[in-house]
Each structure stands twice: as C-alpha cells, then as structure tokens.
Design a protein around this ligand. Structure first.
Ligand code: GDP
Length: 311
C-alpha cells in the first residue's frame, strides 16, 4: 500500500542509495505527485541526465524482452550500469505501487548495477503514463544506460518518442508488420529498425528487404538515414551491428545541439501531455494563455496544475 507520506530522497541519496532507494523514489513519484520536494527532485534529475535512453518498441512477441536481456548482459560486461523500464499494457496497478521485476527479464538480484521495473501503461494501447516519464527522469540521472520497452499497438508507439534518445522499432520477420507500420505512418518514428529472429534466416532477410523498401517509399530525406539491422537476440548474431548503429545515432545526436533540441522538445511535450491527461484538451487550451516563471518541466507542470485547478 502506498502511503501519502512516502519520503523523497535527494538526488545524491538516490545515486548512492542503491536499488532500494530508487524503488522508494519511484513509489513516491506515484504517491506524491506535485509535492514540492518531488517536483524539485525531478527537475534537478532532469538537468542531471547522464544516461542514453534507448526506447524499444514493437508488437508483442517480436522479441523485445529477449533483446533487452542481451543488451543488459552486454552493458554489464562492459562495466556499465543499466536500468530497464518495461511499460506493460496488460499490467494492473496494485494500490498505486509499482509492479515487481518482470519475470521475463532475468537479472541477478545481487547485481547493484542492474535495475528492472515494470509499470502499467496509461491505457490499453500501451501509452506512457506521467509516472513512467518521471521514473525515466530518475533512472537516467543515476544509471549509465536506460532501456524503455513499450508494446507498440497502433499509434501508441509514438509515445516512446517522449522519452527516448534513440527510438528502435522492432519488427518480426514475415509478419506483415512493415506494411502495417507504413500504413500507420509509424515509419517516421524510429531512428533504428530491428528485424528480430534473424536465425529464422529466410524470413528475416525477406522482412529486412520489405522494410528497406517501405523506408525508401517513405522518403526519409532527413540528416539521419534509418539503418535496418537484422539480429538474433537468441544466438547473438547482429548484436554488434546493432551496438554500432546505436553508437552512430548517439554521435549524430552529439553534433551541434541536436540532443539538447530533442530533449527540450520532449520536456515541452511532457508538460503538455500531463496537462492534457489531467485537464483535457480544454485545459490545455487554457494553459496556453498562462505565462509561467522560468523553471524545469515539473515545476511548470505543477504551476499550471495549480492555476488550472483554481481558475
Ligand atoms: P516481446 O513480447 O517482444 O518482449 O518478445 P519476447 O522477447 O518475449 O519473445 C517472444 C518469443 O520469441 C519468445 O518465445 C522468444 O523465445 C522468441 N524469440 C525472441 N528472440 C528470438 C530470436 O532471436 N530467435 C528466435 N528464434 N526466437 C526468438
């Protein structure tokens, strides 16, 4: 049961306190939304972001958890700490508490360098909740790497774009997914496309060809060419290519002010989404007319919520 008096750690405490402190902080983000100490912690953590956030999205069964497991092992072998947030549309909240580690992601409970949590999605479609955004902000200020897994169903894939530095769309061989995605306009979303289960050789090759075709139809045209990587998380094939593609995308973001621009746009959308979820599109319209003092996204959200509640 969540108490309304959940204590809120400082950022320093969060960095040194291990998984237990992180778990408490995540519970507090749910139970004490809007509390001034929490707003301050979240804005401080926003400024102190250190991890690269990899967003993995795709339909159920495509192999996201298996890939996540492989990426966790790889990060630990490289001496990097890593956190995983799995956003699960089928999960149910129990008394506002976060669900425990998802069984499908196997980690050593003794390893302080790995943190895994599942969270319920905002809706049946797998959208990200405010709590998931807050959790990612805390995780990326503490761990070296963060993976966010969301189940893409229709347009809800787009939510991953709210938090990820690099969006990876996972597609299953020979599933017709690429055609679906093209129709839904989702092809514009990913920075990297992964065709999973390449050990099922023929189908994977065909799916990769389909996807490349769909991408050239979609035109692309930006400064970043979306790579299509075939991999097998089961036997490790293609994982090096995937790591290289992610490194290239990070390097791309590091040029000029791309990374800052992307994160600033995300922060604006966090505030908008939070207001829209709580006060509806009407509230969002009213919010546009409100001038706010400068501050981080969580302070802005709290100030808007206070104004909209009292007007
Ligand atoms: P998720 O729902 O997207 O997280 O998918 P999972 O990672 O749970 O994988 C779904 C199923 O596909 C499981 O039975 C996995 O064992 C299988 N799978 C995942 N990756 C691979 C792979 O690289 N090769 C093969 N042959 N099967 C895989």
């Amino acid at each position: 049961m969540s108490s309304s008096r959940q204590s809120i750690p400082t950022l320093e405490h969060l960095r040194t306190g291990g998984k237990r402190t992180m778990a408490q902080a995540l519970a507090a983000t749910e139970a004490r939304r809007g509390a001034p100490e929490l707003v301050a912690l979240l804005d401080e953590a926003t400024r102190a972001a250190k991890a690269h956030v990899l967003g993995l999205t795709g339909p159920p069964g495509v192999g996201k958890s298996t890939l996540t497991n492989a990426l966790v092992r790889r990060a630990r072998a490289e001496g990097e700490t890593i956190a995983v947030l799995a956003v699960d549309p089928s999960s149910r909240r129990t008394g506002g508490a976060l669900l425990g580690d998802r069984a499908r992601i196997q980690t050593d409970p003794e390893d302080r360098g790995v943190f895994v949590r599942s969270m319920a999605a905002r809706d049946r479609l797998g959208g990200l909740s405010d709590d998931a955004v807050a959790a990612i902000v805390l995780l990326r200020a503490v761990y070296d790497r963060v993976i966010v897994e969301t189940v893409g169903v229709g347009q809800s894939e787009a939510d991953i774009d709210l938090v990820a530095d690099t969006v990876v769309l996972c597609i299953q061989p020979a599933s017709g997914d690429s055609l679906q995605f093209m129709k839904a306009g989702v092809m514009e979303l990913p920075d990297i496309i992964v065709v999973t289960k390449s050990d099922m050789a023929d189908v994977a090759r065909r799916a990769a060809a389909d996807v490349s075709g769909a991408l050239s139809l979609a035109g692309g045209g930006g400064a970043w060419r979306v790579p299509v990587i075939r991999l097998s998380a089961a036997n490790g094939e293609g994982l090096d290519d995937f790591a290289t593609a992610v490194a290239h995308h990070r390097a791309h973001l590091a040029e000029g002010d791309r990374a800052e621009t992307r994160r600033a746009a995300q922060e604006l959308r966090w505030v908008e989404e939070a207001v829209r979820i709580r006060f509806g599109t009407e509230g969002l319209k009213r919010a546009r007319g409100i001038t706010l003092p400068a501050g981080g996204p969580f302070a802005r959200e709290a100030a808007l919520a206070a104004r909209l509640t009292h007007s």
